[in-house]
Ligand binder design. Structure first.
Ligand code: NAD
Length: 519
Protein backbone atom coordinates (compact mmCIF):
# COMPACT_ATOMS: atom_id res chain seq x y z
CA UNK A 1 0.00 0.00 0.00
CA UNK A 2 2.72 2.33 0.94
CA UNK A 3 4.93 4.59 -1.05
CA UNK A 4 7.85 4.16 1.25
CA UNK A 5 9.13 2.13 4.13
CA UNK A 6 10.19 4.56 6.74
CA UNK A 7 11.84 4.72 10.02
CA UNK A 8 10.65 7.97 11.46
CA UNK A 9 11.84 7.47 14.98
CA UNK A 10 8.78 5.77 16.44
CA UNK A 11 9.41 3.24 19.13
CA UNK A 12 7.32 0.13 19.47
CA UNK A 13 4.67 0.96 22.05
CA UNK A 14 3.96 -1.44 24.83
CA UNK A 15 1.18 -3.39 26.42
CA UNK A 16 0.30 -3.48 30.08
CA UNK A 17 -0.24 -7.15 30.60
CA UNK A 18 0.34 -10.63 29.47
CA UNK A 19 2.97 -13.33 29.68
CA UNK A 20 2.34 -13.76 25.98
CA UNK A 21 4.57 -10.81 25.30
CA UNK A 22 8.28 -10.37 25.83
CA UNK A 23 9.03 -8.78 29.24
CA UNK A 24 10.81 -5.79 27.68
CA UNK A 25 7.64 -4.98 25.77
CA UNK A 26 5.34 -5.48 28.75
CA UNK A 27 7.31 -3.42 31.28
CA UNK A 28 6.65 0.20 30.30
CA UNK A 29 2.89 0.06 29.97
CA UNK A 30 0.97 2.73 28.07
CA UNK A 31 -2.50 1.18 28.06
CA UNK A 32 -3.89 4.18 26.17
CA UNK A 33 -6.84 2.29 24.82
CA UNK A 34 -8.09 0.55 27.93
CA UNK A 35 -7.88 3.63 30.13
CA UNK A 36 -10.75 5.41 28.48
CA UNK A 37 -14.01 5.01 26.59
CA UNK A 38 -14.37 6.38 23.09
CA UNK A 39 -17.45 8.48 22.33
CA UNK A 40 -18.81 9.71 19.03
CA UNK A 41 -17.20 12.92 17.83
CA UNK A 42 -19.91 15.38 16.82
CA UNK A 43 -19.83 19.18 16.61
CA UNK A 44 -16.36 19.43 18.08
CA UNK A 45 -16.84 17.24 21.12
CA UNK A 46 -16.90 13.69 22.29
CA UNK A 47 -20.50 12.73 22.89
CA UNK A 48 -22.67 9.78 23.92
CA UNK A 49 -24.88 8.19 21.30
CA UNK A 50 -28.58 9.10 21.37
CA UNK A 51 -29.91 5.65 20.68
CA UNK A 52 -26.90 3.61 19.57
CA UNK A 53 -24.99 1.37 21.88
CA UNK A 54 -21.52 0.49 23.00
CA UNK A 55 -19.21 -2.09 21.52
CA UNK A 56 -16.49 -3.90 23.44
CA UNK A 57 -13.41 -4.25 21.27
CA UNK A 58 -10.79 -6.89 21.82
CA UNK A 59 -7.27 -7.08 20.48
CA UNK A 60 -7.11 -9.46 17.51
CA UNK A 61 -3.49 -10.45 18.21
CA UNK A 62 -4.22 -11.56 21.79
CA UNK A 63 -7.98 -11.89 22.18
CA UNK A 64 -7.77 -9.60 25.23
CA UNK A 65 -10.16 -6.67 25.89
CA UNK A 66 -9.06 -3.42 24.28
CA UNK A 67 -11.63 -0.61 24.51
CA UNK A 68 -15.27 0.38 24.82
CA UNK A 69 -16.55 2.45 21.92
CA UNK A 70 -19.88 4.20 21.38
CA UNK A 71 -21.86 3.18 18.32
CA UNK A 72 -23.89 5.75 16.43
CA UNK A 73 -27.57 5.43 15.60
CA UNK A 74 -29.45 7.09 12.74
CA UNK A 75 -30.32 9.94 15.14
CA UNK A 76 -26.61 10.50 15.73
CA UNK A 77 -25.99 10.66 11.99
CA UNK A 78 -28.70 13.35 11.84
CA UNK A 79 -26.90 15.30 14.58
CA UNK A 80 -23.58 14.93 12.78
CA UNK A 81 -25.06 16.05 9.45
CA UNK A 82 -26.71 19.07 11.12
CA UNK A 83 -23.37 20.01 12.71
CA UNK A 84 -21.54 19.57 9.40
CA UNK A 85 -24.10 21.71 7.57
CA UNK A 86 -23.95 24.42 10.23
CA UNK A 87 -20.15 24.45 9.99
CA UNK A 88 -20.38 24.83 6.23
CA UNK A 89 -22.86 27.69 6.55
CA UNK A 90 -20.83 29.20 9.39
CA UNK A 91 -17.22 29.38 10.58
CA UNK A 92 -15.81 26.57 8.48
CA UNK A 93 -17.46 27.80 5.29
CA UNK A 94 -16.00 31.27 5.89
CA UNK A 95 -12.47 29.98 6.61
CA UNK A 96 -10.19 31.33 3.87
CA UNK A 97 -7.95 28.92 1.92
CA UNK A 98 -4.75 30.10 3.63
CA UNK A 99 -6.27 29.33 7.04
CA UNK A 100 -7.54 25.92 5.84
CA UNK A 101 -4.00 25.18 4.71
CA UNK A 102 -2.57 26.25 8.07
CA UNK A 103 -5.07 24.02 9.90
CA UNK A 104 -4.17 21.01 7.76
CA UNK A 105 -0.48 21.54 8.57
CA UNK A 106 -1.38 21.92 12.25
CA UNK A 107 -3.25 18.61 12.17
CA UNK A 108 -0.26 16.97 10.46
CA UNK A 109 1.95 18.32 13.28
CA UNK A 110 -0.47 17.02 15.92
CA UNK A 111 -0.56 13.55 14.39
CA UNK A 112 3.23 13.54 14.27
CA UNK A 113 3.43 14.67 17.91
CA UNK A 114 0.94 11.98 19.03
CA UNK A 115 2.34 9.24 16.79
CA UNK A 116 3.18 6.81 19.58
CA UNK A 117 -0.35 6.79 20.91
CA UNK A 118 -1.89 6.60 17.42
CA UNK A 119 0.47 3.80 16.42
CA UNK A 120 -0.35 1.77 19.51
CA UNK A 121 -4.07 2.24 19.00
CA UNK A 122 -3.85 1.13 15.38
CA UNK A 123 -1.64 -1.88 16.09
CA UNK A 124 -3.76 -3.10 18.97
CA UNK A 125 -7.05 -2.44 17.19
CA UNK A 126 -6.17 -4.05 13.84
CA UNK A 127 -3.41 -6.52 14.74
CA UNK A 128 -1.07 -5.30 12.02
CA UNK A 129 2.69 -4.98 12.53
CA UNK A 130 4.05 -1.80 14.09
CA UNK A 131 6.58 -1.52 11.24
CA UNK A 132 3.67 -1.21 8.77
CA UNK A 133 1.76 1.19 10.98
CA UNK A 134 4.78 3.50 11.28
CA UNK A 135 4.94 3.81 7.51
CA UNK A 136 1.15 4.33 7.27
CA UNK A 137 1.30 7.02 9.94
CA UNK A 138 4.07 8.76 8.08
CA UNK A 139 1.99 8.71 4.92
CA UNK A 140 -1.01 10.00 6.86
CA UNK A 141 1.01 13.03 7.99
CA UNK A 142 2.27 13.58 4.44
CA UNK A 143 -1.29 13.43 3.08
CA UNK A 144 -2.32 16.38 5.22
CA UNK A 145 0.78 18.29 4.13
CA UNK A 146 0.21 17.48 0.46
CA UNK A 147 -3.38 18.77 0.51
CA UNK A 148 -2.38 21.77 2.64
CA UNK A 149 -0.21 22.79 -0.31
CA UNK A 150 -2.68 21.63 -2.96
CA UNK A 151 -5.21 24.18 -1.73
CA UNK A 152 -3.22 26.68 -3.80
CA UNK A 153 -4.17 24.78 -6.95
CA UNK A 154 -7.93 25.26 -6.46
CA UNK A 155 -8.90 27.74 -9.15
CA UNK A 156 -11.54 28.28 -11.80
CA UNK A 157 -10.88 29.31 -15.38
CA UNK A 158 -11.67 32.25 -17.57
CA UNK A 159 -11.82 31.74 -21.31
CA UNK A 160 -12.15 34.43 -23.93
CA UNK A 161 -15.22 33.10 -25.69
CA UNK A 162 -15.60 36.11 -27.89
CA UNK A 163 -17.93 39.00 -28.41
CA UNK A 164 -19.30 40.68 -25.37
CA UNK A 165 -19.64 37.52 -23.32
CA UNK A 166 -17.46 37.00 -20.28
CA UNK A 167 -17.18 33.57 -18.69
CA UNK A 168 -15.42 32.43 -15.58
CA UNK A 169 -15.77 29.33 -13.42
CA UNK A 170 -15.73 28.99 -9.68
CA UNK A 171 -14.65 25.95 -7.71
CA UNK A 172 -16.87 25.36 -4.70
CA UNK A 173 -16.89 22.60 -2.08
CA UNK A 174 -19.33 19.80 -2.87
CA UNK A 175 -20.85 20.34 0.58
CA UNK A 176 -21.17 17.78 3.36
CA UNK A 177 -19.03 14.76 2.52
CA UNK A 178 -20.03 11.38 3.94
CA UNK A 179 -16.98 9.15 4.17
CA UNK A 180 -17.07 5.42 4.85
CA UNK A 181 -13.84 3.69 5.79
CA UNK A 182 -13.00 -0.05 6.05
CA UNK A 183 -11.13 -1.91 8.77
CA UNK A 184 -7.91 -2.76 6.97
CA UNK A 185 -6.20 0.68 6.98
CA UNK A 186 -8.33 2.68 9.43
CA UNK A 187 -5.76 5.39 10.12
CA UNK A 188 -4.31 5.86 6.66
CA UNK A 189 -7.68 5.63 4.86
CA UNK A 190 -9.07 8.24 7.23
CA UNK A 191 -6.29 10.61 6.21
CA UNK A 192 -6.87 9.77 2.51
CA UNK A 193 -10.47 10.84 2.99
CA UNK A 194 -10.25 13.77 5.41
CA UNK A 195 -7.34 15.68 3.89
CA UNK A 196 -8.70 16.37 0.36
CA UNK A 197 -12.25 16.97 1.61
CA UNK A 198 -11.12 19.56 4.16
CA UNK A 199 -8.72 21.13 1.66
CA UNK A 200 -11.67 21.59 -0.71
CA UNK A 201 -13.65 23.26 2.08
CA UNK A 202 -16.17 20.44 2.61
CA UNK A 203 -17.31 19.45 6.07
CA UNK A 204 -17.19 15.76 6.89
CA UNK A 205 -19.24 13.01 8.51
CA UNK A 206 -16.89 10.03 8.63
CA UNK A 207 -17.92 6.50 9.53
CA UNK A 208 -15.09 4.16 10.41
CA UNK A 209 -15.77 0.44 10.58
CA UNK A 210 -17.32 -0.24 13.99
CA UNK A 211 -14.53 -2.75 14.72
CA UNK A 212 -11.64 -0.33 14.06
CA UNK A 213 -12.67 3.24 14.95
CA UNK A 214 -10.01 4.25 17.51
CA UNK A 215 -7.52 6.20 15.41
CA UNK A 216 -10.23 8.05 13.46
CA UNK A 217 -11.78 9.23 16.72
CA UNK A 218 -8.40 10.33 18.08
CA UNK A 219 -7.53 12.24 14.90
CA UNK A 220 -10.89 14.07 15.02
CA UNK A 221 -10.15 15.02 18.63
CA UNK A 222 -6.72 16.30 17.60
CA UNK A 223 -8.34 18.30 14.79
CA UNK A 224 -10.56 19.99 17.37
CA UNK A 225 -7.53 20.74 19.55
CA UNK A 226 -5.60 22.42 16.72
CA UNK A 227 -8.52 24.69 15.86
CA UNK A 228 -10.80 23.11 13.27
CA UNK A 229 -14.20 24.68 13.97
CA UNK A 230 -16.90 22.47 15.55
CA UNK A 231 -18.79 20.47 12.93
CA UNK A 232 -16.05 20.55 10.29
CA UNK A 233 -15.14 16.94 11.18
CA UNK A 234 -17.60 14.49 12.74
CA UNK A 235 -16.89 10.80 13.38
CA UNK A 236 -19.71 8.31 13.86
CA UNK A 237 -18.59 4.68 14.21
CA UNK A 238 -21.49 2.42 13.42
CA UNK A 239 -22.90 -0.63 11.74
CA UNK A 240 -22.50 -0.53 7.94
CA UNK A 241 -25.84 -2.00 6.94
CA UNK A 242 -27.81 0.43 9.12
CA UNK A 243 -25.83 3.58 9.92
CA UNK A 244 -23.68 3.45 6.77
CA UNK A 245 -26.71 2.86 4.56
CA UNK A 246 -28.55 5.69 6.31
CA UNK A 247 -25.65 8.04 5.50
CA UNK A 248 -25.75 7.05 1.83
CA UNK A 249 -29.47 7.84 1.61
CA UNK A 250 -29.26 10.97 3.76
CA UNK A 251 -30.54 14.07 1.90
CA UNK A 252 -28.20 16.30 3.93
CA UNK A 253 -25.08 14.50 2.64
CA UNK A 254 -23.95 15.66 -0.79
CA UNK A 255 -21.27 13.11 -1.59
CA UNK A 256 -20.23 9.67 -0.42
CA UNK A 257 -16.60 8.59 -0.60
CA UNK A 258 -16.52 4.89 0.12
CA UNK A 259 -13.72 2.37 0.50
CA UNK A 260 -14.69 -1.23 0.97
CA UNK A 261 -15.81 -4.33 -0.84
CA UNK A 262 -17.21 -4.39 -4.35
CA UNK A 263 -20.48 -5.91 -3.08
CA UNK A 264 -21.01 -3.03 -0.64
CA UNK A 265 -20.02 -0.57 -3.38
CA UNK A 266 -22.81 -1.94 -5.59
CA UNK A 267 -25.28 -1.57 -2.72
CA UNK A 268 -24.12 2.02 -2.17
CA UNK A 269 -24.76 2.82 -5.84
CA UNK A 270 -28.30 1.48 -5.43
CA UNK A 271 -28.92 3.32 -2.16
CA UNK A 272 -27.46 6.59 -3.45
CA UNK A 273 -29.33 6.61 -6.73
CA UNK A 274 -32.56 8.22 -5.47
CA UNK A 275 -30.73 11.31 -4.29
CA UNK A 276 -28.20 11.27 -7.21
CA UNK A 277 -25.45 11.11 -4.65
CA UNK A 278 -21.98 12.00 -5.90
CA UNK A 279 -19.89 8.86 -5.40
CA UNK A 280 -16.28 7.85 -5.21
CA UNK A 281 -15.89 4.09 -4.83
CA UNK A 282 -12.61 2.41 -3.95
CA UNK A 283 -13.36 -1.29 -4.02
CA UNK A 284 -11.75 -4.71 -4.05
CA UNK A 285 -8.93 -6.17 -6.05
CA UNK A 286 -7.21 -9.35 -7.19
CA UNK A 287 -4.10 -7.71 -8.50
CA UNK A 288 -1.55 -9.49 -10.69
CA UNK A 289 2.21 -9.46 -10.24
CA UNK A 290 3.89 -10.48 -13.51
CA UNK A 291 7.38 -11.98 -13.30
CA UNK A 292 9.21 -12.49 -16.59
CA UNK A 293 12.20 -14.78 -17.01
CA UNK A 294 14.39 -11.73 -17.74
CA UNK A 295 13.53 -10.11 -14.36
CA UNK A 296 16.11 -9.46 -11.67
CA UNK A 297 14.94 -12.07 -9.16
CA UNK A 298 17.00 -10.42 -6.42
CA UNK A 299 14.42 -7.62 -6.56
CA UNK A 300 11.40 -9.48 -7.85
CA UNK A 301 11.21 -12.18 -5.17
CA UNK A 302 11.38 -10.09 -1.97
CA UNK A 303 9.18 -7.44 -3.55
CA UNK A 304 6.60 -10.01 -4.66
CA UNK A 305 6.61 -11.45 -1.13
CA UNK A 306 6.10 -7.96 0.33
CA UNK A 307 3.36 -7.21 -2.18
CA UNK A 308 1.12 -10.01 -0.89
CA UNK A 309 2.06 -10.34 2.77
CA UNK A 310 2.20 -6.65 3.71
CA UNK A 311 -0.56 -6.10 6.26
CA UNK A 312 -1.11 -9.89 6.23
CA UNK A 313 -2.63 -9.67 2.75
CA UNK A 314 -5.51 -7.53 4.02
CA UNK A 315 -4.90 -4.94 1.33
CA UNK A 316 -7.10 -4.03 -1.60
CA UNK A 317 -4.03 -3.87 -3.85
CA UNK A 318 -2.33 -7.01 -2.51
CA UNK A 319 -0.69 -8.68 -5.50
CA UNK A 320 -2.43 -11.96 -4.76
CA UNK A 321 -2.01 -13.44 -8.23
CA UNK A 322 1.65 -13.95 -9.10
CA UNK A 323 2.02 -14.78 -12.79
CA UNK A 324 5.37 -16.38 -13.63
CA UNK A 325 6.88 -17.11 -17.05
CA UNK A 326 6.93 -20.87 -17.46
CA UNK A 327 10.72 -21.55 -17.72
CA UNK A 328 11.16 -19.77 -14.38
CA UNK A 329 8.11 -21.23 -12.65
CA UNK A 330 9.52 -24.06 -10.49
CA UNK A 331 12.55 -22.10 -9.35
CA UNK A 332 10.39 -19.07 -8.55
CA UNK A 333 7.84 -21.06 -6.53
CA UNK A 334 10.53 -22.66 -4.43
CA UNK A 335 12.46 -19.40 -3.79
CA UNK A 336 9.24 -17.48 -3.11
CA UNK A 337 8.06 -20.12 -0.62
CA UNK A 338 11.40 -20.03 1.20
CA UNK A 339 11.18 -16.24 1.49
CA UNK A 340 7.57 -16.46 2.69
CA UNK A 341 8.47 -19.03 5.37
CA UNK A 342 11.26 -16.79 6.65
CA UNK A 343 8.94 -13.83 7.36
CA UNK A 344 8.76 -12.96 11.03
CA UNK A 345 5.15 -13.44 12.07
CA UNK A 346 4.26 -12.56 15.63
CA UNK A 347 3.44 -9.90 18.18
CA UNK A 348 2.51 -6.86 16.10
CA UNK A 349 3.97 -4.55 18.75
CA UNK A 350 7.48 -5.93 18.28
CA UNK A 351 9.54 -3.81 15.95
CA UNK A 352 11.05 -6.78 14.05
CA UNK A 353 7.66 -8.35 13.31
CA UNK A 354 6.89 -8.33 9.59
CA UNK A 355 3.38 -9.78 9.72
CA UNK A 356 0.93 -9.47 12.61
CA UNK A 357 -2.42 -11.15 13.08
CA UNK A 358 -5.53 -10.96 10.93
CA UNK A 359 -8.26 -8.59 12.04
CA UNK A 360 -10.46 -11.24 13.69
CA UNK A 361 -11.04 -14.94 14.23
CA UNK A 362 -14.04 -14.79 11.87
CA UNK A 363 -11.92 -13.33 9.11
CA UNK A 364 -9.24 -15.96 9.68
CA UNK A 365 -11.92 -18.64 9.25
CA UNK A 366 -12.91 -17.13 5.91
CA UNK A 367 -9.28 -17.03 4.72
CA UNK A 368 -8.72 -20.62 5.81
CA UNK A 369 -11.86 -21.70 3.96
CA UNK A 370 -10.41 -20.31 0.74
CA UNK A 371 -7.20 -22.29 1.17
CA UNK A 372 -9.22 -25.50 1.53
CA UNK A 373 -11.23 -24.58 -1.53
CA UNK A 374 -8.05 -23.96 -3.55
CA UNK A 375 -6.67 -27.37 -2.64
CA UNK A 376 -10.02 -29.00 -3.56
CA UNK A 377 -9.86 -27.26 -6.93
CA UNK A 378 -6.41 -28.77 -7.56
CA UNK A 379 -3.94 -26.16 -6.32
CA UNK A 380 -0.79 -27.35 -4.55
CA UNK A 381 -0.34 -26.09 -0.97
CA UNK A 382 3.40 -25.33 -0.85
CA UNK A 383 3.60 -23.72 2.57
CA UNK A 384 1.29 -22.39 5.31
CA UNK A 385 -2.39 -23.25 5.18
CA UNK A 386 -3.00 -23.96 8.90
CA UNK A 387 -4.21 -21.41 11.46
CA UNK A 388 -1.56 -20.76 14.10
CA UNK A 389 -2.29 -22.07 17.63
CA UNK A 390 -3.11 -19.60 20.40
CA UNK A 391 -5.64 -16.87 21.12
CA UNK A 392 -4.55 -14.48 18.39
CA UNK A 393 -6.03 -14.50 14.88
CA UNK A 394 -2.71 -15.45 13.27
CA UNK A 395 -2.45 -17.17 9.91
CA UNK A 396 0.90 -18.06 8.30
CA UNK A 397 2.12 -16.81 4.92
CA UNK A 398 0.53 -19.31 2.56
CA UNK A 399 1.53 -20.27 -0.98
CA UNK A 400 -0.75 -22.00 -3.46
CA UNK A 401 1.04 -23.14 -6.65
CA UNK A 402 -0.17 -24.83 -9.85
CA UNK A 403 -3.12 -22.46 -9.80
CA UNK A 404 -5.28 -21.93 -12.86
CA UNK A 405 -6.66 -18.42 -13.24
CA UNK A 406 -10.21 -19.76 -13.47
CA UNK A 407 -10.11 -21.16 -9.89
CA UNK A 408 -12.04 -19.33 -7.17
CA UNK A 409 -8.78 -18.63 -5.30
CA UNK A 410 -7.54 -16.72 -8.37
CA UNK A 411 -10.78 -14.88 -9.06
CA UNK A 412 -12.11 -13.98 -5.61
CA UNK A 413 -10.57 -11.61 -3.11
CA UNK A 414 -9.28 -13.72 -0.19
CA UNK A 415 -8.00 -10.68 1.73
CA UNK A 416 -5.47 -12.66 3.71
CA UNK A 417 -1.86 -13.90 3.48
CA UNK A 418 -2.53 -16.32 0.63
CA UNK A 419 -0.77 -16.05 -2.73
CA UNK A 420 -1.74 -17.91 -5.89
CA UNK A 421 1.11 -18.59 -8.34
CA UNK A 422 0.08 -19.07 -11.96
CA UNK A 423 2.31 -19.95 -14.95
CA UNK A 424 2.18 -18.08 -18.28
CA UNK A 425 3.73 -18.74 -21.71
CA UNK A 426 4.64 -15.34 -23.14
CA UNK A 427 3.83 -11.63 -23.04
CA UNK A 428 0.51 -12.13 -24.81
CA UNK A 429 -0.54 -14.86 -22.38
CA UNK A 430 0.61 -12.77 -19.39
CA UNK A 431 -1.54 -9.80 -20.48
CA UNK A 432 -4.52 -12.06 -21.10
CA UNK A 433 -4.36 -13.68 -17.65
CA UNK A 434 -3.66 -10.36 -15.92
CA UNK A 435 -6.83 -8.89 -17.45
CA UNK A 436 -8.95 -11.99 -16.85
CA UNK A 437 -10.47 -10.61 -13.65
CA UNK A 438 -13.47 -8.53 -12.68
CA UNK A 439 -11.09 -6.29 -10.76
CA UNK A 440 -8.57 -3.72 -12.01
CA UNK A 441 -6.91 -1.95 -9.12
CA UNK A 442 -3.18 -2.54 -9.41
CA UNK A 443 -0.57 -4.56 -11.28
CA UNK A 444 3.18 -4.95 -11.07
CA UNK A 445 5.49 -6.06 -13.88
CA UNK A 446 8.97 -7.46 -13.23
CA UNK A 447 11.16 -7.49 -16.33
CA UNK A 448 14.67 -6.60 -17.47
CA UNK A 449 13.21 -5.17 -20.69
CA UNK A 450 11.93 -1.61 -20.11
CA UNK A 451 10.01 -1.52 -23.41
CA UNK A 452 8.10 -4.68 -22.43
CA UNK A 453 7.26 -3.09 -19.08
CA UNK A 454 5.79 -0.04 -20.81
CA UNK A 455 3.89 -2.16 -23.36
CA UNK A 456 2.25 -4.07 -20.52
CA UNK A 457 1.53 -0.88 -18.58
CA UNK A 458 -0.67 0.15 -21.50
CA UNK A 459 -2.33 -3.24 -21.94
CA UNK A 460 -3.19 -4.06 -18.35
CA UNK A 461 -6.54 -2.71 -17.24
CA UNK A 462 -5.68 -1.35 -13.80
CA UNK A 463 -5.66 2.02 -12.06
CA UNK A 464 -1.96 1.72 -11.17
CA UNK A 465 0.80 -0.28 -12.87
CA UNK A 466 4.23 -0.57 -11.27
CA UNK A 467 7.25 -1.49 -13.39
CA UNK A 468 9.91 -3.11 -11.21
CA UNK A 469 8.33 -1.18 -8.31
CA UNK A 470 6.12 -2.81 -5.68
CA UNK A 471 4.86 0.30 -3.88
CA UNK A 472 1.47 1.58 -4.84
CA UNK A 473 0.34 4.68 -3.04
CA UNK A 474 2.03 8.05 -2.64
CA UNK A 475 0.26 11.21 -1.43
CA UNK A 476 0.53 13.01 -4.79
CA UNK A 477 -0.24 10.07 -7.08
CA UNK A 478 -3.85 9.18 -7.92
CA UNK A 479 -4.98 5.76 -6.71
CA UNK A 480 -8.12 3.90 -7.73
CA UNK A 481 -9.71 1.25 -9.83
CA UNK A 482 -10.71 0.18 -13.31
CA UNK A 483 -13.61 -2.23 -13.77
CA UNK A 484 -15.21 -3.48 -10.55
CA UNK A 485 -12.43 -2.03 -8.43
CA UNK A 486 -14.41 1.19 -8.46
CA UNK A 487 -14.29 4.69 -9.88
CA UNK A 488 -13.06 8.09 -8.88
CA UNK A 489 -9.61 8.45 -7.36
CA UNK A 490 -8.06 8.83 -3.93
CA UNK A 491 -4.84 10.81 -3.42
CA UNK A 492 -3.32 13.31 -5.84
CA UNK A 493 -5.09 16.35 -7.22
CA UNK A 494 -7.71 13.98 -8.68
CA UNK A 495 -9.14 13.34 -5.23
CA UNK A 496 -9.28 17.07 -4.42
CA UNK A 497 -11.17 17.68 -7.68
CA UNK A 498 -13.81 15.13 -6.63
CA UNK A 499 -14.67 17.24 -3.57
CA UNK A 500 -15.31 20.32 -5.72
CA UNK A 501 -18.18 21.46 -7.92
CA UNK A 502 -17.60 23.67 -10.95
CA UNK A 503 -19.88 26.65 -11.32
CA UNK A 504 -19.90 28.58 -14.61
CA UNK A 505 -20.60 32.28 -14.41
CA UNK A 506 -21.50 34.05 -17.66
CA UNK A 507 -22.12 37.71 -18.08
CA UNK A 508 -22.76 40.13 -20.92
CA UNK A 509 -20.32 43.04 -21.03
CA UNK A 510 -22.10 44.66 -24.00
CA UNK A 511 -22.98 48.35 -23.58
CA UNK A 512 -26.24 47.64 -25.46
CA UNK A 513 -29.30 46.08 -23.82
CA UNK A 514 -29.24 42.29 -24.05
CA UNK A 515 -31.80 40.87 -26.46
CA UNK A 516 -31.99 37.09 -26.13
CA UNK A 517 -33.79 36.65 -29.47
CA UNK A 518 -30.92 38.24 -31.41
CA UNK A 519 -28.86 35.04 -31.53
P1 NAD B 1 -17.08 -3.65 3.63
O1 NAD B 1 -17.60 -3.25 2.31
O2 NAD B 1 -17.73 -4.77 4.33
O3 NAD B 1 -17.12 -2.42 4.66
C1 NAD B 1 -16.49 -1.19 4.37
C2 NAD B 1 -17.19 -0.09 5.13
O4 NAD B 1 -18.52 0.02 4.63
C3 NAD B 1 -17.35 -0.33 6.63
O5 NAD B 1 -17.22 0.91 7.31
C4 NAD B 1 -18.77 -0.85 6.77
O6 NAD B 1 -19.33 -0.60 8.03
C5 NAD B 1 -19.48 -0.06 5.68
N1 NAD B 1 -20.68 -0.69 5.13
C6 NAD B 1 -21.00 -2.00 5.08
N2 NAD B 1 -22.22 -2.17 4.49
C7 NAD B 1 -22.67 -0.94 4.17
C8 NAD B 1 -23.84 -0.45 3.52
N3 NAD B 1 -24.82 -1.27 3.11
N4 NAD B 1 -23.99 0.88 3.34
C9 NAD B 1 -23.01 1.73 3.74
N5 NAD B 1 -21.87 1.32 4.37
C10 NAD B 1 -21.69 0.01 4.56
O7 NAD B 1 -15.53 -3.92 3.39
P2 NAD B 1 -14.48 -4.41 4.47
O8 NAD B 1 -14.56 -5.88 4.55
O9 NAD B 1 -14.56 -3.62 5.70
O10 NAD B 1 -13.12 -3.95 3.76
C11 NAD B 1 -12.43 -4.75 2.92
C12 NAD B 1 -12.73 -4.39 1.48
O11 NAD B 1 -12.31 -3.04 1.23
C13 NAD B 1 -11.97 -5.24 0.53
O12 NAD B 1 -12.78 -5.65 -0.54
C14 NAD B 1 -10.87 -4.31 0.03
O13 NAD B 1 -10.35 -4.66 -1.23
C15 NAD B 1 -11.56 -3.00 0.03
N6 NAD B 1 -10.58 -1.91 0.07
C16 NAD B 1 -10.41 -1.16 -1.06
C17 NAD B 1 -9.46 -0.16 -1.08
C18 NAD B 1 -9.25 0.69 -2.31
O14 NAD B 1 -8.64 1.75 -2.18
N7 NAD B 1 -9.69 0.26 -3.47
C19 NAD B 1 -8.69 0.10 0.06
C20 NAD B 1 -8.91 -0.68 1.20
C21 NAD B 1 -9.86 -1.68 1.18
Amino acid sequence: MLGQELNNGLHAPVLPRGGHRKPDIVLAAMAVATEREYGLFINGESTEPKAGGVTELSEPATGEPLARVALASEQDVDRAVDAARAALDGDWGRTPPTERSRLLHALADAIQANRKELAELEVRNVGKAISSVKAELHQGVENFRFYASAIGSIAGRSNPIGGSLLFYSLKEPVGVAGQIVPWNYPLMMTTWKLAPALAAGCSVVLKPDSATPLTAIRMAELAGEVGFPPGAINVVPGEGKTVGAYMVKHPGIDKIAFTGSTETGAEIMRLGSDSIKRLTLELGGKSPNLVFADADLGDAIPSSVWSIYYSAGQSCEARSRVLVERPLYDEFVSRFAEAAKSLKVGDPLESETQMGSLVSQEHRQKVHGYVGRGVEEGAELVTGGEPTDGNGAFYPPTVLAKVDNSMAVAQEEIFGPVVTIIPFDDEEDAARIANDSRYGLMATVWTGDPAKGHRLARRIKAGTVGINMPYTAFPGIPFGGYKQSGFGRELGLDSLELYLETKSVIVSTSPKPFNPFQL
